[in-house]
Structures are given as C-alpha cells and as structure tokens.
Design a protein around this ligand. Structure first.
Ligand code: PLP
Length: 404
C-alpha cells in the first residue's frame, strides 16, 4: 500500500497562482526561438547600485554575521529606515518600537493577516490588486470583500460605496499607492478620508508602499504615514526591491503602529531568525548612502514611460501617462477580453503583458505593461502592436485628480 500524504486543508484555500501560467506560456514561446518582449512581470531589470553591492561583499567577511543575527534584526538597520522616512517624508519613527524588518514586503503583507484576522473576519481588498493580499487572508481563514478601483474614481476605493455589512465585519484593509496594477497615486485628502474611515469602523490600514520612490514629473508619492493619525490606525510596508533594484535581496519593513509592529515581530520570532547580517548592512548602506541612484532610476522609468506612451499614441492607443510606479494600465481594444488580448499579443506579436483580470474582476478590460525593458524594446513593442491593425478605444475618462 502506498504511503498517503494529505495536505492540511488550509493549503487548498490558497488562491491559484494566476501569473505562473502566463510565465509558462511566455517561456514556451521563447523555447521555440521567438524574440519575446516580456512586459508582463514586475521584476526590476536594472542592477543594484555598486555602493550597496560593494558593502555586501565587504560585510560578508565579518565573522559577526556568520552567527545567528539578533531575532528582530540589527538596530542599525531599523535606525537607517527611520532616518530615510524622516528625510523623505518628514515621518518620525521609533526604530525600536515602530520598525519591523521583513524578508521583503511580501512576507509582511501575508503575516499581517495572520496577526489580525480570525476566521469569519473580513479584510477589505483592492480590486484589481496585488494577489499576495489574498494569500494572507486565505491562510488566516478570513474572508475578502473587494473594493473596486475604477477609472472614474481615479482608481481609489470609494468608501461610501462599500457594503455596510462587510465594513462592519472588517478588521483590516489593504491599500497600495502608487498602485500595482493601475499605476494610480493617492492624494493627502484620500489618506485623510482613509484615517477617518479606519477610526469610524475599527479597520486597521495596511498601506503597501512598494512603489513609494517611483513618482514622475517631479511629484513624489505621499507616504500614508504622513497623514495625521495614520500611526494610530495602521502600518506601512516598505521594500528595497524597487527603490534600489534589490528584489533578489529580500529586504522590507513594517513601519508605524507599535502594537502591530510588535505582533509582526512576534510572529516572525516563531518563523525566522532575521536576515543575514551582511544583507542588513548593505540595506543600511542603501538607505543612508548616496541617493543619486534613486533619482536616476526614476528618470529612467519616466523616460521609458514617455517613450512607450508616445509610441502607443502614434498607433492610436491613447491613455493618460501614469504618475507613479513602473506600470502602465491600458484599456484593451473593443471586442477583446483582457485574456484574449494578452493571448493575441503573445501569439501574433511575441509580447507578454499581464491580463488585468488576473488582478481581480474589476481589472477586466485592461492589460498591465511593465516599464522594465530598454526604450528601444518598448518602441519595438509598440511597432509590433501597430502592425496588428487593431482599433483602440480611448481610456474611460478619469475623475478629476484630487489635490495633493
Ligand atoms: N507590493 C506590491 C504591490 C508589489 O508589486 C510587490 C512586488 O512586486 C510587493 C509588494 C512585494 O515586494 P517585495 O516582496 O519584493 O518587497
């Protein structure tokens, strides 16, 4: 008789990895020898700045780092991120009580649901949104209630339109600006409304600020923690993945409310024993060393954005240029679903894009393109799409931008 292994039922609650199938389709096409332009993923294409890599090389010789690190990480890294927040956003953070070090933002985004949600609780989740929020809620055995992000509202949730029953049961909500996948940014007024909503309904706010450094046209994205009262109601997740092209290094932070930071530290005491000390030292170098690389990175993405949108406009695909993140959220031509259009681009133009419905039902009708290829490739992508002779419709009118 064979030995039967049955997974715990919680594994069956995990959402399907929608984009794994997309990556497989693209790989199959590359294996056939096609010259595929992959704009479907969110993996930064440029290298980590040299000062950070050099610091890591030197730090890896330090015998102190060959031992277990302190459970909750080295104080110097917490001080470094607090200093960066003070300089960039004017936000004061207590490095001991208001900072938790994470193995990348993704880890904290999954952990927070386990810290706060019981079975039967509700989590308010943006639709479309980053799928890892779903994973944490599923592992906690809780339920999701989606907050549609619509073009007419500037892709911000409309709190007044949410189901009052769901709001009553909600204990946590996720927000993410600059947004993946819509590339929208948030205003101060929206965050003020969010703090008021959170207080009134007893909902903790998890602000995912993964693209916080990426704002264009000289407008820097706002941190949720800049809002009066934000620390009372929530935390912000910050990551070095996008700001310093350090996606492979796995360094992130939970910042803000000390009670939630303590819960995240507590759960992590059981899961992990912090990051390799050399990585912590290199991460501190990223945060406290020269920041010119960040300015250059933002300028690169801005140039790519302009190149792509101008090239797309020249083939009749018009949309407003995004103000932040490295994504473009574009309406598909009439007559296609997101999936059909993504398949068409792959099969007829060797271009990979992410179908909007993979981020939630309100993502239907859109595709997401990443600005993660050189300008020449972005131009070529537009030319290939142009050769398909499609009829594009214009983007639905957005609501007037709220003041920042
Ligand atoms: N949040 C959003 C919206 C993201 O797009 C990503 C990564 O793509 C992350 C969080 C996680 O980043 P990391 O785990 O690399 O810090």
């Amino acid at each position: 008789m064979s030995f039967a292994i049955t997974p715990a039922s919680r594994l069956n609650t995990l959402p399907e990895q929608f984009f794994a199938a997309l990556a497989a389709k693209a790989s199959a096409r590359i294996a056939l020898g096609h010259d595929v332009i992959n704009l479907g993923q969110g993996n930064p294409d440029l290298p980590t700045p040299a000062n950070i890599v050099d610091r890591m090389k030197a730090a890896s010789d330090n015998p102190l780092y060959h031992k277990y690190p302190p459970f909750r990480g080295f104080p110097f890294l917490k001080e470094a991120v607090a200093k960066r927040y003070k300089e960039d956003y004017g936000v004061e953070l207590d490095p001991v009580k208001e900072v938790a070090i994470l193995f990348g933002g993704k880890t904290g985004l999954v952990e927070i649901s386990q810290c706060l949600l019981n079975p039967g609780d509700v989590c308010l989740v943006p639709d479309p949104g980053y799928p890892d929020y779903w994973s944490g809620v599923a592992l906690a055995g809780a339920e999701m209630s989606f907050m549609p992000l619509l073009a007419k509202n500037g892709f911000l949730p409309d709190y007044k339109a949410l189901d009052p029953e769901a709001v009553k049961r909600a204990k946590l909500m996720f927000l993410n600006y600059p947004n993946n996948p819509t590339a929208a940014t948030a205003s101060r007024e929206f965050y003020e409304e969010t703090v008021a909503f959170a207080r009134e309904n007893g909902v903790v706010v998890a602000s995912d600020f993964a693209y916080g450094a990426l704002g264009f046209d000289d407008v820097k994205p706002i941190s949720f923690l800049e809002t009066p009262g934000a620390k009372e109601v929530g935390v912000e997740f910050y990551t070095l993945s996008k700001t310093y092209n350090m996606a492979g290094w796995r360094v992130g932070f939970a910042l803000g409310n000390s009670q939630i930071v303590e819960m995240i530290n507590l759960i992590q005491d059981h899961y992990y024993c912090s990051l390799f000390g050399g990585i912590q030292e290199a991460a501190a170098e990223a945060l406290t060393g020269p920041q010119q690389s960040v300015e250059e990175l933002v300028a690169t993405y801005e140039r790519r954005r302009n190149t792509l949108y101008d090239a797309l406009a020249s083939i009749g695909w018009h949309a407003d240029k995004p103000a932040g993140s490295f994504f473009c959220w574009l309406p598909v031509p009439a007559g296609y679903t997101s999936m059909e259009f993504s398949d068409l681009l792959l099969e007829k133009a060797d271009i990979v894009v992410a179908p909007g419905n993979g981020f939630g039902t309100s993502g239907e009708g859109y595709v997401r393109l990443g600005l993660l290829a050189p300008e020449s490739r972005l131009r070529e992508a537009a030319e290939r799409i142009g050769r398909l002779g499609l009829h594009f419709r214009n983007e639905p009118a957005k609501a007037a931008q709220r003041s920042t």
